[in-house]
Ligand binder design. Structure first.
Ligand code: GAR
Length: 193
């Protein structure tokens, strides 16, 4: 599921293209016009375009999204730059099987502006977090994290680009590990055995 340039999606697709990959991307879900949708069309991967504006309200969108994604029968759902909060209908259907990549070291700097917020706060180290999605905003159990140093001349764009370089590898690594080994949850702790 993606809303943006889809570089995390491309990383997952590159990994799934490798010989003996344990996973495949069965569908790409977008909520707007974006490059991620072009990637789906270029590669002839089933594309679901499901926009909030086409529904009476968020709840109706969430219910339809859950229904339509279920039609692809995914084992895991990956939000890779999907800039919408998933609602109760979606979570009740796929809870525990949704993975998100966030461009900051959670629990610091959750939300849609993780890179800008970390920069504004003056941190010297930020990074990326891959986590399971729960009903909060970027609050679910953490699967993996990698740090990225902030440099004095960083802008949001330069820092985000360095974070994304790390994210692309980490997300593909985590998805590979999840589909082969699963995950053990103990309260807030998530371990891939
Ligand atoms: C990534 O940095 C991802 O963590 C972030 O959007 C970017 C997507 O990049 N997601 C969020 O901020 C969600 N809160 P991409 O479009 O190049 O894959």
């Amino acid at each position: 599921m993606a809303s943006g340039t889809g570089s995390l999606l491309e990383s997952l697709l590159a990994r799934s293209d490798q010989q003996h990959s344990p996973f495949e991307v069965t569908a790409i879900v977008v909520d707007r016009d974006c490059r991620a949708a072009d990637i789906a069309r270029d590669r002839a991967i089933p594309l679901l375009d499901c926009r909030v504006s086409e529904f009476a309200d968020r709840a109706a969108w969430d219910t339809a999204l859950a229904e339509r994604v279920a039609g692809f029968d995914p084992e895991w759902v990956v939000t890779a730059g999907f800039m919408k909060i998933l609602g109760p209908a979606f979570l009740s259907r796929f809870g525990g099987r949704i993975v998100n990549s966030h461009p900051a070291l959670l629990p610091s700097f959750p939300g849609p502006h993780g890179v800008a917020d970390a920069l504004a706060h003056g941190v010297k180290v930020t990074g990326t977090t891959v986590h399971l999605v729960d009903d909060g905003v970027d609050t679910g159990p953490i699967l993996a994290q990698e740090p990225v140093a902030v440099t004095p001349d960083d802008t949001e764009d330069t820092l985000h680009e360095r974070i994304k370089a790390v994210e692309r590898v980490l997300l593909a690594d985590v998805v590979t590990a999840l589909v082969t080994k699963g995950v053990v949850i103990d309260g807030r702790k998530a371990d891939i055995p």
